[in-house]
Design a binder for this molecule. Sequence first.
Ligand SMILES: Cc1ncc(COP(=O)(O)O)c(C=O)c1O
Length: 431
Amino acid sequence: MPTRRRFFRNFAVAPLVAAGAGAKAQPAVPFAPGPPPWPDDSDPQFWDRLREQFYLKPGEAYFNTGTIGATPRPVLERVIEDMRTLQATLTRWDWSPFMPNWISGYSPEVPLRQKLAKLVNADAMEIGLIQNATMGMNFLSHGLDLKSGDEVITTNQEHPGGVCGWQLRAKRDGVVWKQIQMPVPANDPDELVRLYAQAITPRTRVLSFPHIISPTAVVMPVKRLSALAHDHKCLAVVDGAHGVGQVEVDMKDIGCDAYFASPHKWLLAPPGNGMLYIPRERQDQFWTTLDSSEWDNHKDGMYRFMQYGTGNMSLLAGLDAAIDFHYRIGPEKVRARIRSLADRLRNGLQQIPSARISSPVHPELAGAIVVHRIEGVPAQKLQDELWLRGQLRVRSVGDALGVRQSCMIYNSEAEIDATLEIVKALAAKLA
Ligand SMILES: Cc1ncc(COP(=O)(O)O)c(C=O)c1O
């Protein structure tokens, strides 16, 4: 089967040009201007130059990757090119076996699953391409046979998309939903494991936990919690909405029984891309709950969970391009960069007497997101001041916690320092 790019070159452009009598030799589907040149690895300005690969406006800082990642130019252009090509070649789509597939939800997408699987150290058959983390959570919570009285344990800091499925099962089927109370800030990995251990009873069936907690940005000890679940014959279900792209995600090392993610956050894929991982040996424990022709195909692993009918195939082309973009920089280089920006922010905040950090500073629990507040300043006020004074876009997560500042590859040391200056000035005004 031809790749979509090769199809575009070999089939789409040439015949369409030839078809128009006396047509000039121009592509029927014009290409958008390409992104700026890729910076050299040895360029001391590498990260500043890399920022040109995004549409972000100069002088504005985007610190809300935790909600949605900024899509790189080559990724968005790939999506647009793909959509445009489809429209320009609809008449040539004759369903013969060598033609590319243009609608998602009907094809096993093995090469793309292989590519994503490699990034998270899994097998392609263990990866389902879905639309977001919420969809992943729903597949898991509704697909599992649970009886009235069976218990599921989560934290008390879940995003709705990572917990409402369990709540529905509680209301509908009598499943018992239990929450552990997370300390704020959390700075002791042993304590987190202990809290889960203390909540387990003989009726517990599932330990469900985020890889990185949404409001407090705790990087949970997922490997230890998965082992704890197995010690008690429970399943370990991980909400990895913020995991892939922010921290190392190695499925074989984590050892969980299911992991779902939103690559449109930290992997910078176009919105509408999700990943669901279930290891081979656990797949038969989960029914699929969204069905089309392959709903009962157990041979191709997670293909059963990709039966969502017609969707925008070009978003998958965008996911493919986002993985390429990530590899072009290098996953380790990305992780080291965003961690160092977050460390700079944490260190700076610790020097400001009335600044408080609600996210962890413990190196095992801290990631690329810092949640911070100023004593006596409402979170919305801090969010607004950071924008008005510095064009720094962070996100309020409520007065008790403050603002959530997600540090990503398009952020800079200068933007972190500008944050610290504004926090210092606001704190001084109140002192
Ligand atoms: C921890 C967590 N889980 C799940 C979700 C839901 O993600 P999505 O809206 O991509 O489905 C989010 C979104 O921010 C999140 O932070």
